[in-house]
Design a protein around this ligand. Structure first.
Ligand code: FUB
Length: 440
């Protein structure tokens, strides 16, 4: 049975991994309604621990944070390696005008990630995926009809040239390869074109070692109504179940504003994956709030994730989630703003997780103008609440409902600002995160 995972943003190319018994997806972001893949310029991560309640952690890397790239932030993957989480992604390189594979790092699985540069030795580095087999890291990548694999050096920043294999002669893949291990075999999943006839169909192949040779096992997601032309995804085992992730065009009806999908899969005795048929009736029924998705935006990661700090700074401490919390809201207008990206317009409840040892009043506004300069010109902004009373929590972290707000599609800054100057010595509010819960 198919599940639609996202109808709040348009996202594609889901790469799934399990870290610390939680399932994470790393996805590329379809800028809403641009009618082209050329406008893709950032990534998101999502996670769940029950396959029903999903959290979108917001933006994890943007083109502006990658000095070598000019455009086309297409497919990605991430993995855990030697104590850190690494993102591999692709973009058009300024210097060569070709796809290169980028590397970025984070201390936390949900990101955000910091750019480390390109992985050298990877030509036309589109659609990379990072596969770890024991203590050996591999990169699989490919586009325009070629799929390649090679072993990475331990710092992940270069590939060992002598290990590179072009798998195109063994399998008919087009782009978007993803490698997983099941039943002691290495399974490569990849979109393929049948004699250059679109849409792509999801295929698989199997090998006894990561570098192959691979045996083609054929299609396991064939053409279906609602496909988005491309199909790109991953396979993962989570709590005993095997799951396939991919994207469709069902919600938008277009190939460039895509939505994430999930299906449970099984391996047959002959080693093939039993074909799945994405089910429109299930999708249609499940669209309104089907997967109980909410958006959680870490205040301490705000600046790295497209938001802003206004006179404040971050700190870490007990009970905070994510990277810590924002503190120093001691003056009027001091505060924090987080970036909230929306695909389908909808009303959301806006919650703030905070702590305080005294009562405070703060304003929460939503604006589409990301670079508010503090001059009180509110023309771009709408109040979610002009003067929310934040009671003392005696230092405990508490979730407070600020109000609800209708968000149009696009980028929004949700900003919490202190209403008063505090007497010296007072700490003020401390903010852990913002939570957006879709209504209806
Ligand atoms: O999402 C942009 C591109 O479309 C990916 O890189 C391809 O795999 C296809 O899904």
């Amino acid at each position: 049975m198919s599940s639609l995972l996202t109808n709040h943003i348009f996202a594609a190319d889901p790469s799934a991994h399990v870290f610390n018994d939680r399932l994470y997806l790393y996805v590329s972001y379809d800028e809403p309604y641009t009618n082209t893949h050329d406008s893709m310029n950032c990534y998101h991560s999502m996670s769940t621990d029950d396959l029903v309640h999903w959290v979108d952690h917001g933006r994890i890397l943007h083109l502006d944070q990658v000095d070598w790239a000019v455009s086309h932030m297409w497919a990605i993957d991430a993995n855990f390696w030697q104590g850190k989480y690494y993102l591999v992604f692709c973009a058009i390189e300024r210097e060569t005008s070709t796809f290169k594979t980028g590397l970025a790092v984070s201390d936390r699985p949900e990101g955000p990630f910091t750019n480390l540069g390109t992985i050298s030795g990877v030509e036309w580095g589109q659609d990379p995926s990072l596969f770890i087999d024991g203590d050996v890291p591999y990169l699989v990548w490919g586009g325009r009809g070629a799929i390649l694999i090679g072993e990475l050096n331990p710092d992940l920043s270069s590939i060992k040239p002598e290990t590179i294999r072009n798998l195109s002669e063994q399998i008919g893949g087009y782009e978007g390869p993803f490698l997983h291990k099941a039943n002691d075999l290495y399974y490569l999943t990849y979109p393929a074109l049948d004699n250059e006839k679109w849409p792509q169909r999801m295929c698989h192949a199997v090998a006894k070692t990561p570098l192959g040779p691979y045996t083609d096992l054929g299609v396991f997601i064939d053409e279906y109504p609602g496909n988005s032309g491309t199909i790109h995804g991953s396979v993962v085992q989570f709590r005993g179940e095997w799951l396939a992730f991919y994207h469709s065009g069902w919600v938008s009806g277009t190939p460039t504003s895509r939505s994430l999908m999930m299906d449970r899969i099984e391996y047959q005795r002959d080693g093939k994956i039993t074909p799945i048929i994405p089910a429109e009736s299930v999708i249609a029924r499940e669209v309104p709030g089907s997967t109980h998705l909410l958006v959680n935006l870490d205040a301490a990661a705000a600046q790295q994730a497209g938001g802003k700090l206004y006179g404040t700074h971050t700190a870490s401490g007990q009970g905070s989630t994510g990277h810590g919390f924002v503190t120093g809201l001691t003056q009027q207008e001091y505060g924090v703003g987080v970036l909230f990206q929306v695909g389908l317009p909808r009303e959301y409840e806006v919650w703030v997780r905070y702590r305080s040892t005294a009562e405070h009043v703060a304003r929460v506004v939503a604006g589409r103008h990301l670079f508010y300069d503090g001059n009180q010109n509110q023309s771009y902004d709408q109040y979610i609440n002009r003067g929310t009373k934040f009671e003392s929590t005696n230092g405990d972290w508490v979730d407070l409902l600020i109000g609800s707000h209708f968000f149009e599609f696009g980028d929004h800054l949700i900003r919490l600002s202190n209403s008063h100057n505090l007497p010296s010595g007072q700490t003020g509010l401390e903010v852990d995160s913002f939570k957006l819960v879709p209504l209806g």
